[in-house]
Structure formats: structure tokens, C-alpha cells
Write a protein that binds this ligand. Structure first.
Ligand SMILES: C[S@@+](CC[C@H](N)C(=O)[O-])C[C@H]1O[C@@H](n2cnc3c(N)ncnc32)[C@H](O)[C@@H]1O
Length: 424
């Protein structure tokens, strides 16, 4: 029945999704499948279809809607599971549908703990798909789990209960409880919201900020036994990187992880400040959140254009997964009338507006710069308008994106995970 429901999304029977769902549903009900079961099969098919963006073996896994939304992507889970290398008995607390467990389990004994029975059952099934060695499950509050004899713990506390989001920075169990796990088991990793207050983190722990492309997704905190640096910015990089970079190839959805490590800048930014050169770098939010803008500048041979702003600049273009690279074609004080003239003269094909350090309504500005859609010219250049501050003055750069896959300053601990079993 699940295979029949899946055909709605694989397009096997032709027609649109709604038409296929009607045809398959009618056929299943005609042979006596209860309506509720048919509906559940369609939900599972839809969730598996969505989950393909996160998991290589999504079509064999089981999801609840909330479980999928909260689940780590396989690429992110794989990346942090590598930290537990050499540890053979792990506990995955708040296991959810097992998004993290499936990367932690292969070749190990693992204990999955969740108080939601549906999630716990799904996690066990999903981990089995990924070649688990030995899996124990515990339906309980994680506070009641006996962690004696485990040599590593991962915990991903919930940031919502049912349909309700917890207050910002709150979690269940709360972060202080998660950090205190390190008093019982030395090797602990805690997943948290990327907005976490870094002063909440105990001394000696590493903080890693993870972005998927340009979206900041999560923070992960590693106890001193697992920490290898103070701060880490990791980007799940979607594009293929240069073949000169020693990364293993991976078919994982969501890209492969690359990390920038270092000591956070004393201020939010830090590093050399000078006038803009020919190129502008817009650092990944993982880098800015980790306080590694100065570190990135050093790796790129770039400098800041203002001590308080995270844009970097250079005269040599160096493409990096940690920043968007833009070529500056005009640099001028921020003045809407002048910008309208500049844009009109360029006969642009599209306009993106990027803002750092300058207040203002971006959509309102777009309307003033481009009052009519026909002001865009088919085949014209794609322009990024950067609104920022320079020498404490509102400033604008008109830029064009630079496409280049040369990569600088790269560290990776990517490890590909195949889909070991096909259960049909
Ligand atoms: C953010 S999800 C975990 C996602 C998981 N890491 C994944 O990638 O699939 C949080 C899970 O914690 C569970 N949970 C929350 N509080 C709990 C508690 N006190 N004890 C046990 N489980 C709990 C919820 O039922 C939910 O399944």
C-alpha cells in the first residue's frame, strides 16, 4: 500500500498529484482498505517525498510531520557523528524520528530515548534502514535514562511541544540539564537553536554554527572531551567544489560540510580595516554567528570595510564556501535618486538587495528603485545592491555575483553514507 501511495509522487500513473491520489485512493478503497489507512499512507508518501531533501533513503523511512520538521538533515548528522569516532556505546536522547541516530548508529551499540512512542518506533525503523549494529529503545523521559557504561551522549532537546513553539531560547529538557550530562558521561554533544546565547555555554565547550547554503540552521555544542577548537562555522555546501580540494564525494542531499575553525574575534568582527577593493565578500551567517569574520578575512587575504560591519573586501577574487563573492561595479553614498539613475543606465535583468548595518525597508526601497517590472530587461545583468555603512556613512555598492568554484581555507571532515538496505 505504501508503494501504491508513493506512486502519487513518483508520477508512475501519469496526471497531476491530485488526480493520481484520487485514482490510487479509489483503487485501494475498492479492495477494502479502510479510509483512515489510505489517508495515513498518503501522508507518509507526502512526508517521504519532502524528506528526500534531508535524507538519501527517505523513501524507506517513516515520519511524522513534526518529527520531519525537527529532524536534523543527514548531511549535518553525519558531520557531527564523526566526532564520536572511537566511541562504541552511544545514547541518543530525544531521538525524534532518528535523524541523528541514523548517522550515529552504524557499527555501534546505541540507546534511543524518547517519550513519544510513535517517534521512538519510527526512529528504530529508520535506524535499521541505515545499517545499525545494535539498537535499544527506551520510552521514557530522558531524565530517567541510565547512562552508566555509555561512552558518548547526543541530545537534541525539543524546541516545541505538540504544535506550540517554546519561548525563544527555551527547550525541553532545558540546556543547563543537557550540559550537566557531561558530569555523567564525558563525551556529550548538544544540538541547540542557532540563536543561543553563547554566554550560556560552559567554559571549555566548543560551539559549532551550521548553515545549509545561506540558511543558518543550528548550533551544536561539544563538551571538552569532544571539542577540538573554540568556535567552528560549518557550511553544508551545495555546489561541487574544486577537484583540487581533498574532499570525499557524497551523494547526500543538502550538500557536503566544510568547516572554518578558530578563536572568535574579540569584538563581533575584528581584523584589518581598509577602503573597499574590487571585490566584496558577504560572509555566511555561520561565520558571523561564530565570530570568525576576522579568521575568514585572514584566509581570504581580505579586509573589513568598516570595523563594525561584517562585509569583507579584496582586490583578488578568492571563492569560498564561507562567503558570497561579489564584484563591485559602483561604490557611492546611499542616495535613492542616484541609485535609480545608476540602475536604469545598466539595463539590469534582476535586482537583489542585501543589507548590513543600515536600517530601512528593503521592499519599499525595491519599489522606489524599480517602480515597474518592465524596468527589468530580459538577458540584462543580475545586480546585487549592497546597502551598508562606510566610514560611518550610509553607503551603496552595485555588484555582480562572481561564479567560481576555487575554494580557499577549507577543512572538511565529510564522510559519505550510502543507503545500505532496500526494504521495498
Ligand atoms: C528536536 S526532536 C529530536 C530530533 C532528532 N534529533 C532528529 O534528528 O530526528 C525532539 C524530541 O524530543 C522528545 N522529547 C522532548 N522532551 C523529552 C523528554 N523530557 N524526554 C524524552 N523525550 C523528549 C520529543 O518527543 C521529540 O521527539
Amino acid at each position: 500500500m505504501l508503494a501504491a501511495a508513493a506512486a502519487v509522487y513518483t508520477g508512475g500513473a501519469g496526471g497531476g498529484i491530485a488526480a493520481r491520489e484520487l485514482a490510487v485512493g479509489t483503487r485501494l478503497r475498492a479492495v477494502g482498505v479502510p479510509v483512515g489507512l489510505v489517508a495515513a499512507a498518503f501522508t507518509q508518501a507526502e512526508l517521504r517525498h519532502r524528506a528526500a531533501a534531508k535524507f538519501a533513503c527517505a523513501e524507506e523511512m517513516f515520519f511524522t510531520r513534526a518529527g520531519l520538521e525537527q529532524a536534523s538533515s543527514q548531511a549535518a548528522a553525519e558531520h557531527r557523528a564523526a566526532r564520536f569516532a572511537g566511541r562504541h556505546r552511544l545514547a541518543d536522547l530525544c531521538t525524534g524520528i532518528g535523524g541523528d541516530a541514523l548517522a550515529l548508529a552504524p557499527g555501534r551499540e546505541i540507546l534511543l530515548v524518547d517519550r513519544d512512542p510513535v517517534h521512538l518506533r519510527m526512529a528504530a525503523l529508520n535506524v535499521a534502514v541505515h545499517g545499525a549494529h545494535r539498537v535499544d529503545t527506551l520510552l521514557a523521559d530522558v531524565r530517567d535514562a541510565d547512562l552508566t557504561d555509555y561512552d558518548g551522549v547526543f541530545v537534541d532537546p525539543a524546541r516545541r511541544t505538540g504544535d506550540r513553539r517554546l519561548a525563544s531560547r527555551a527547550s525541553e529538557p532545558p540546556l543547563p540539564w543537557c550540559f550537566a550530562l557531561a558530569d555523567r558521561v564525558a563525551a556529550v554533544a548538544v544540538k541547540a537553536a542557532p540563536g543561543l546565547a553563547t554566554d550560556q555555554v560552559p567554559p571549555g565547550w566548543e560551539i559549532e554554527f551550521v548553515a545549509d547554503g545561506r540558511d543558518l540552521k543550528e548550533a551544536v555544542l561539544f563538551s571538552p572531551a569532544l571539542a577540538t577548537t573554540e568556535r567552528r562555522a560549518t557550511v553544508l555546501h551545495p555546489a561541487p567544489l574544486s577537484s583540487s580540494v581533498p574532499l570525499s564525494s557524497s551523494a547526500l542531499p543538502g550538500g557536503r560540510p566544510v568547516s572554518l575553525v578558530g578563536i572568535p574575534d574579540p569584538a563581533e568582527c575584528g581584523g584589518k580595516v581598509a577602503a573597499p577593493g574590487q571585490f566584496l565578500y558577504d560572509p555566511s551567517p555561520a561565520v558571523t554567528r561564530a565570530g570568525l569574520v576576522g579568521e575568514l578575512a585572514r584566509r581570504l587575504g581580505a579586509w573589513q570595510i568598516d570595523p563594525m560591519i561584517a562585509f569583507l573586501s579584496s582586490d583578488e577574487p578568492v571563492a569560498s564556501p564561507f562567503a558570497r563573492l561579489l564584484r563591485i561595479s559602483a561604490s557611492l553614498p546611499f542616495d535613492v535618486r542616484r541609485l535609480v539613475g545608476e540602475l536604469r543606465g545598466r539595463r539590469i535583468g534582476s535586482l537583489e538587495i542585501r543589507r548590513r548595518g543600515l536600517a530601512g525597508d528593503v521592499e519599499e526601497l525595491r519599489r522606489r528603485l524599480l517602480p515597474r517590472r518592465r524596468d527589468l530587461v530580459a538577458g540584462g545583468p543580475a545586480i546585487t545592491l549592497v546597502m551598508t555603512r562606510l566610514r560611518d556613512e550610509p553607503w551603496a555598492f552595485l555588484c555582480t555575483p562572481v561564479a567560481d568554484n576555487r575554494v580557499a581555507g577549507l577543512v572538511s571532515d565529510a564522510r559519505p553514507l550510502p543507503c545500505p538496505s532496500v526494504n521495498g
